[in-house]
Design a protein around this ligand. Structure first.
Ligand SMILES: [Fe+2]
Ligand SMILES: [Fe+2]
Length: 235
């Protein structure tokens, strides 16, 4: 997932910024500024992490990013700015619900993570949650329809799964684990079994398809506030 962030978050920033000049609401203009700033920092930190990871494990970062870059380039050829914004709003929902899971006490992802990694992911998760509605609000403000929003979520899900899946295959191949059934079984469990990460976020994911949905319909402010308290105590 981290491999997709530096380029993906640049795509988000560009998609939102494209419409910044059309926004009348000063609060939303301010939110856009905050959004671009936060995503810019995420890109930088994940880039550092990705480079270290790939250097240490022998993964080919250029190869993985190259494919992603070509997909993003295609979106500039074939999609309108509004369609790209709809994709961004969809992916922001996906990151927000993953973030919600990552900040919950019973999170299966970060429980055994190294403390530096946990700090990186929780910081990113908290900021994703903070700005989860910005791209969505811009999309609404510039007249995006419900139909396109739902259609974009289907596309976003497909391309995200494809891109992350291809990165995963690359890593498994380099680790010589591509045909290791035990690893696949564990991975499957981690994602889909009871308590598995994708199974946990599924109900929140589906909400996006509801007519009239808004990201703050899921009130995650208490979760964010408790993370801030814990983080301040840890610091
Ligand atoms: Fe981010
Ligand atoms: Fe984000």
């Amino acid at each position: 997932m981290s491999i997709t962030f530096p380029l993906g978050e640049k795509f988000f920033i560009d998609s939102v910024r494209h419409f910044a000049g059309q926004i009348q609401d000063p609060k939303l203009t301010e939110d856009i500024r905050g959004f671009c700033g936060q995503e810019g920092f995420h890109r930088r930190e994940h880039q550092r992490y990705n480079e270290a990871l790939c250097r240490l494990r022998g993964y080919d970062l250029q190869q993985m990013e190259g494919r992603l870059e070509r997909n993003i380039q295609r979106s500039y050829t074939f999609l309108s700015p509004l369609q790209r914004l709809a994709l961004t709003a969809s992916m922001e929902h996906i990151t927000a619900i993953m973030a919600e899971s990552a900040l919950s006490d019973d999170d299966p992802m970060l429980g055994q993570a190294d403390s530096a990694m946990r700090a990186l992911w929780q910081w990113h998760a908290a900021e994703e949650m903070e700005h989860k509605a910005v791209a969505f609000d811009v999309y609404r403000a510039v007249g995006g329809t419900e139909k396109l929003r739902r259609q974009a979520m289907r596309q976003a899900t497909f391309f995200l799964a494809l891109d992350i899946g291809l990165c995963l295959l690359h890593m498994l191949r380099k680790d010589k684990n591509l045909w290791n059934l035990r690893v696949w079984r564990e991975g499957w469990k981690f994602l889909f079994f009871k308590g598995g990460i994708l199974r946990r976020v599924w109900p929140a994911y589906k909400e996006y398809y509801r007519e009239g949905f808004h990201p703050w319909d899921r009130d995650t402010r208490p979760l964010l506030a408790s993370w801030k308290v814990n983080d301040a105590v840890a610091a």
